[in-house]
Write a protein that binds this ligand. Sequence first.
Ligand SMILES: *[C@@H]1O[C@H](CO)[C@@H](O)[C@H](O)[C@H]1NC(C)=O
Ligand SMILES: *[C@@H]1O[C@H](CO)[C@@H](O)[C@H](O)[C@H]1NC(C)=O
Ligand SMILES: *[C@@H]1O[C@H](CO)[C@@H](O)[C@H](O)[C@H]1NC(C)=O
Ligand SMILES: *[C@@H]1O[C@H](CO)[C@@H](O)[C@H](O)[C@H]1NC(C)=O
Length: 365
Amino acid sequence: MLRLYFFISLMCLVKSDTDETCPSFTRLSFHSAVVGTGLNVKLMLYTRRYWTCAQVINSTVLGNLNVTKKTTFIIHGFRPTGSVPVWMEDLIQGLLDVEDMNVVVVDWNRGATTVIYNHASSKTRKVAIVLKGFIDQMLVQGASLDNIYMIGVSLGAHIAGFVGKMYNGQLGRITGLDPAGPLFNGRPPEDRLDPGDAQFVDVIHSDIDALGYKEPLGNIDFYPNGGLDQPGCPKTILGGLRYFKCDHQRSVYLYLSSLRENCFITAYPCDSYRDYRNGKCINCGIPQKESCPLLGYYADNWKEYLKQKDPPMTKAFFDTAEEEPYCIYHYFVDIITWNKSIRRGSITIKLRDRDGNITESKINQ
Ligand SMILES: *[C@@H]1O[C@H](CO)[C@@H](O)[C@H](O)[C@H]1NC(C)=O
Ligand SMILES: *[C@@H]1O[C@H](CO)[C@@H](O)[C@H](O)[C@H]1NC(C)=O
Ligand SMILES: *[C@@H]1O[C@H](CO)[C@@H](O)[C@H](O)[C@H]1NC(C)=O
Ligand SMILES: *[C@@H]1O[C@H](CO)[C@@H](O)[C@H](O)[C@H]1NC(C)=O
């Protein structure tokens, strides 16, 4: 009898394991996109302990979210076909790989899925309000705004900005991955992502002539390959669906590469891509005593330096390869950290060579 009971409980466990305890991102059909979807925001928590199995949480049930740790929200954008973002899994795993944190996937696929971009765009402020309600509860439970990080892709970048504005720029950090351009280009700061929306805002622009936002929106704005056409992306419509999204999506893949050990992308602060290509900005770091920021997750290592500027905005350029690993080394070595000690009158630079070995060198002024 006990054994039977045990067996039944085990069956229930197995069943709930696949049915309920591991929820997944909302998958919709193209039919849903054609008829349109009403907004529903689902929050899914991933942690190192529950690495592959998400937990649905909301403002009343914070689940296994540990408020003393950093919390990273991933916010996707417009979903014209209702599919699951192909990069989502890699981004969750990559973040958990580099740091023990809470990763919260903001699944607003119901709302973002529509063939009409304006309909998705009109829901961005509503998503931000839901997130505000959730974060307010995190704060009640003892979380700190300093520890909140939002990664917003396309429309998601502006959603992150709207959340940040509601906290008067006190969120720890926002990363905008090719923030949406259409309907946002040229709008005033209150209607889009802005450098004042968090303590540090970093942005990657990879499709400024189509789906992305052209002008700088953060404390640092990275323009891979000038921000226009990305190498390896189809140049004509013959490339099919990839023609439309490849440049835009590249921002996400470049960010992902920063979570892997084998490829750190150094960017060069410069006024324009033309100047960068003409070699006017390639020496950043050593003679000009300027920093050479890294793209992606570790961009905030340069936060203090970048925020000292007036206005606190820097454009940075670099070129990439067509595919992974995207990094290209300009020299035999690349600068990975830059550290100036005013007291000792020296600069310490860490260099990484082609083999990936890191050496430190000190320059006395
Ligand atoms: C939060 O989730 C719990 C359990 O899944 C559910 O009972 C509750 O109604 C939800 N609350 C809100 C505000 O959605
Ligand atoms: C929450 O995180 C802190 C800091 O990492 C840790 O000391 C604590 O044990 C964690 N709490 C739980 C319930 O896991
Ligand atoms: C710069 O140097 C200080 C003191 O040596 C150290 O604490 C800090 O981590 C360094 N920063 C970087 C980016 O290497
Ligand atoms: C650099 O790395 C290579 C392979 O990763 C290794 O064989 C070599 O000994 C390293 N060189 C130094 C100076 O550490």
